[in-house]
Design a binder for this molecule. Structure first.
Ligand code: ATP
Ligand code: MG
Length: 559
């Protein structure tokens, strides 16, 4: 095998289909895909998988991908969602040009198609009551029977349907149905509803319409109108595909897009249904759609997740027809990998313990040099103030260190990162015996972190100099749910929220962190990655923890 072959990732089944279509010269060598969100919520990480596929396949093949709002359901949709969807897709790194397509722009054309179906004797108006409806439809074991409306004449159906549109009948009193096959083993083919009467204001069409097309009728037409060639959707639509094809065939549409289904992303410790996400927001279980614990793209962005990490995560998932739950740790690993390459390092003390270097000159502050990113030499260095009074992490000191603990303890010497070796000479405790300060000595010969006499220390800890330290707040986020599959087995997902998903702490930061921009993600050495939040005020930064440096959950669960 040539090297080229080894490094080329194998194509997923969808990319194979597209490549074969191109090779066969189908669709005049064009690839047009679409991403069709319903503007009734914010996009989440599951949508990102679809976006990476829809826009990715188009980009890889010199085609284009339409962003189309699937706004055929008048009651829950809103421009707030349209704007957020557009913003999130651009942030993810995909381009949909200047046009946003709207399914609702095609209402008139869809109506014409419905009239055409009626003229061809392939659709009819049906006024069964809900009880009768059940009876005629049958079920998976019992074939359905033709409802009385099926035998209406074309003229009568045209008249009724036009009057449905004109608003002559009450909501729910009639529907337009496709005349397919009441005996079909596929329930979706038993004369499915194409149009229903619904008096509801549409966010773009106002009260222009009182009949609205159903998804199965509308979606294939939208794809056909736009010249879409490959229409990707999640597996639950597989059983609807015969209807997608039937509608285009029945109208004899000259252009025939094709639908392909792939498995949806499911992530552990996460809910992804828009209904549930909306409930979390509306009932204030989280701060909003962009709460950093939400799986929404705006939440992940606010948490400090770089878009490249999400694209890499999606690429790693692959595209298959197998349903499975992906461990949240996989996403976290992608985030760490990306941030390890790109994030600048700083020192921050989240749970401060005071250290005084009794042999360091009082009032003196010197500058030591820190490396901004060991993975990226171009990131350069920075100056860090060092002085007599410092803070270290409380967990970096132990009165009685167990075996294998290499950090500070009475009489023990450690290295202060980028600073000096220090030795703990004395421990000051308060009335309750709690350690409040360490009196240490530093070795002036060890500037930069090594001793001229060759003596070694096993621990290196981070620190912040007291007089220049910047006080700030950190929000330590954890999984939003405490169980792997919230809401499984009929449990109320709200009872499975992780009570510790947010902890807030006051911290002390090295002064260079004052120049971080809102939205920028940095590494706090030995702690994790943190993004500056928009709640920050001048001189009072607020950092959101994006991820820890290691997968602490894997360790804990392995115990
Ligand atoms: P919900 O059922 O929660 O309302 P939805 O799937 O109906 O969500 P849409 O706005 O219709 O949400 O989704 C737009 C596109 O994103 C669809 O093509 C859908 O298949 C895809 N999509 C949604 N969720 C996922 C997911 N978890 N994994 C992959 N693709 C998804
Ligand atoms: Mg949907």
């Amino acid at each position: 095998m040539s090297e080229e072959n080894i490094s080329t990732p194998s194509l997923d089944f969808i990319r194979e289909i597209v490549a074969a279509d191109l090779a066969a010269g189908r669709y005049d060598g064009k690839v047009v895909t679409r991403f069709p969100p319903e503007p009734n919520g914010y996009l989440h990480i599951g949508h990102a998988k679809a976006i990476c596929l829809d826009f990715g396949v188009a980009r890889e093949n010199g085609g284009c991908c339409h962003l189309r709002m699937d706004d055929t359901n008048p009651t829950k949709e809103d421009t707030e969602y349209v704007d957020s969807i557009a913003e999130d897709i651009r942030w993810l790194g995909y381009d949909f040009g200047d046009t946003i397509y709207y399914a609702s722009d095609y209402f008139e054309k869809m109506y014409e198609c419905a009239l055409e179906l009626i003229r061809r004797g392939k659709a009819y108006v049906c006024d069964l009551s809900p009880e009768e409806w059940e009876k005629y439809r049958g079920n998976s074991a019992v074939p359905g029977t033709n409802p009385p409306g099926r035998s209406r004449s074309v003229e009568e159906n045209l008249d009724l349907f036009q009057r449905m549109r004109a608003g002559e009948f009450p909501d729910g009193s009639m529907v337009l149905r496709a005349a397919i096959d009441m005996q079909s083993p596929n329930i979706h083919m038993r004369d499915p509803v194409l149009y229903r009467i619904r008096r509801a204001e549409h966010f773009r069409q106002g009260n222009e319409w009182c009949i609205y097309p159903m998804y199965d009728f509308a979606h294939c037409l939208e794809d056909a109108f736009e010249g879409v060639t490959h229409s990707f959707c999640t597996l639950e639509f597989e059983i609807h595909r015969p209807l997608y094809d039937w509608v285009l065939e029945a109208i004899d549409f000259p252009h025939r897009p094709h639908q392909y289904e792939f498995s949806r992303l499911q992530l552990s410790y996460t809910v992804m249904s828009k209904r549930k996400l909306l409930q979390l927001v509306k009932e204030h279980y989280v701060e909003g759609w962009d709460d950093p614990r939400m799986p929404t793209l705006c939440g992940l962005r606010r948490r400090g997740v770089p878009p490249a990490a999400i694209r890499n995560f999606s690429a790693g998932l692959g595209v298959t027809k197998i349903n499975s739950v992906t461990d949240l740790a996989v996403l976290e690993r992608c985030i760490r990998e990306e941030l390890n390459r790109t994030a600048s390092r700083f020192m921050a003390v989240l749970d401060p313990l005071k250290v005084t270097l009794k042999n360091y000159p009082e009032g003196q502050v010197e500058m030591v040099q820190g490396i901004n990113n060991p993975e990226d030499p171009a990131a350069g260095t920075r100056e860090i103030p060092f002085g007599r009074e410092l803070y270290i992490e409380r967990s970096d000191f132990m009165m009685e260190p167990p075996k294998g603990y290499f950090r500070l303890a009475p009489g023990r010497e450690v290295r202060l990162r980028y600073g000096y070796f220090i030795r703990c000479e004395e421990v000051i405790t308060d009335a309750e015996g709690r350690v409040v300060e360490l009196i240490c000595t530093y070795d002036p010969e060890t500037r930069g972190g090594s001793a001229p006499d060759g003596r070694k220390v096993k621990g290196t800890i981070h620190w912040v100099e007291k007089s220049r330290a910047l006080p700030g707040t950190v929000r330590l986020y954890d999984r939003l749910f405490s169980v792997e599959q919230p809401g499984a087995d009929g449990t109320d997902f709200l009872t499975q929220l992780n009570p510790d998903s947010l902890k807030t702490a006051e911290c002390l930061l090295e002064p260079a962190l004052a120049s971080v921009a809102v939205g920028e993600t940095v590494q706090f050495e030995r702690q994790g990655y943190f993004a500056l939040d928009r709640d920050s005020r001048p001189g009072r930064p607020v950092f959101n923890r994006t991820v820890t440096l290691k997968d602490s959950w894997a360790k804990m669960q392995g115990k």
